[in-house]
Design a protein. Structure first.
Length: 156
């Protein structure tokens, strides 16, 4: 099986409830959106999406799906987070197959988003834009701390 095939097989599966979405796939989706030169509003949206995803992964891992269970559950968080970034991508989360790997990737993603936010903050054209960046940066830092703690708990 090719690397792409293994990734696809690890990310999707058929279950009785239809398609299930693995956390690693959602992280990869966010990474794709951050490639290139995202617009400031895209960076802000991705900050909130990553914050929501970190929270959803934390909740899923805290539910205690034990090792070997595939760390699956039913549908993700309900849409409607107050992020202004549209429905949270995390609402599609149904499983975490590789917790240590996913947590590492999520931590790296949050770091990249944080750096992009620092750049936006320093170039904000008005006070409202500045404070939007600061709030998003605070959320990303909080999520990074949570992911670091989860990784410690997972032994990764």
């Amino acid at each position: 099986m090719t690397t792409a095939g293994r990734h696809e097989a690890a990310s999707w599966e058929r279950g009785s409830g239809g398609r299930e979405m693995d956390a690693a796939r959602l992280v990869a989706e966010a990474e794709r959106r951050m490639r290139g030169c995202p617009r400031p509003e895209d960076v802000l949206a991705e900050a909130w999406q990553a914050y929501e995803l970190a929270g959803a992964v934390g909740l899923l891992l805290a539910e205690g799906a034990g090792p070997g269970s595939g760390r699956r559950r039913g549908p993700g968080l309900p849409p409607g987070a107050a992020t202004g970034a549209g429905p949270p991508r995390a609402a599609r989360l149904t499983g975490v197959r590789d917790a240590p790997g996913t947590l590492r990737a999520l931590h790296v993603l949050l770091g990249e988003i944080g750096l992009a936010l620092v750049g936006l903050t320093s170039s904000a054209e008005d006070e409202a834009a500045y404070w939007q960046c600061i709030e998003a940066l605070d959320a990303v830092d909080e999520a990074k701390d949570a992911v670091r703690g989860l990784a410690r708990d997972e032994g990764g």
